[in-house]
Design a protein around this ligand. Structure first.
Ligand SMILES: [Fe+2]
Ligand SMILES: [Fe+2]
Length: 173
């Protein structure tokens, strides 16, 4: 089990950034035909779903309540998570990890995820740094890590679980 699966609190911005850097590393490995793509994808699905769900239930509401981010920002970020989940599911549904299709779906996930990381770091994490106190960020880091761990424990990255999230998001729109 890669170390990234266990995050233990700290400043919420730092905890989130550590996941983001690991997502980028996982994407790089998915591009590599010599990597154990199935294993990397299983870990990526787990951490990505836990990360995004914990952001939505714990981090965004807390930042929104303190006026660091507005309702539109929350909605936009949740929409990008939904797009990422769709791209993730499409990749998980490819059976042959050595195929051209796997490579193409990796590209699509990479585009969606990289775009979201960029926006979130500029439009969500920057205000979290400037508009929220250190004590709040520390407490939020703990809450985020605990929720992320709980989701991982519950198998949030299984294909069934990802499919459920994608279908629930479609119903909402
Ligand atoms: Fe994030
Ligand atoms: Fe996010």
């Amino acid at each position: 089990m890669p170390k990234i699966l266990q995050q233990t609190g700290g400043d919420v911005v730092q905890v989130i950034l550590a996941d983001h850097r690991w997502f980028e590393e996982a994407l790089r490995e998915l591009r590599d035909v010599e990597a154990d793509r199935a294993a990397v994808l299983a870990d990526l699905a787990t951490v990505l779903i836990a990360h995004a769900e914990a952001e939505e239930s714990k981090v965004y509401p807390a930042l929104n309540k303190r006026d660091a981010i507005d309702d539109d920002e929350v909605e936009h970020s949740e929409h990008e998570h939904a797009e990422g989940n769709e791209a993730l599911l499409a990749l998980m549904e490819v059976e042959d990890t050595a195929s051209e299709e796997f490579s193409e779906k990796t590209h699509e996930l990479s585009e969606a995820l990289t775009h979201h990381l960029d926006e979130e770091e500029r439009d969500v994490l920057n205000p979290a740094k400037t508009d929220v106190g250190e004590d709040v960020r520390a407490k939020l880091g703990e809450v985020f890590a605990a929720e992320r761990a709980r989701l991982i424990e519950n198998g949030c990255g299984s294909i069934e679980s990802v499919r459920k999230l994608v279908e629930a998001a479609k119903q909402k729109n």
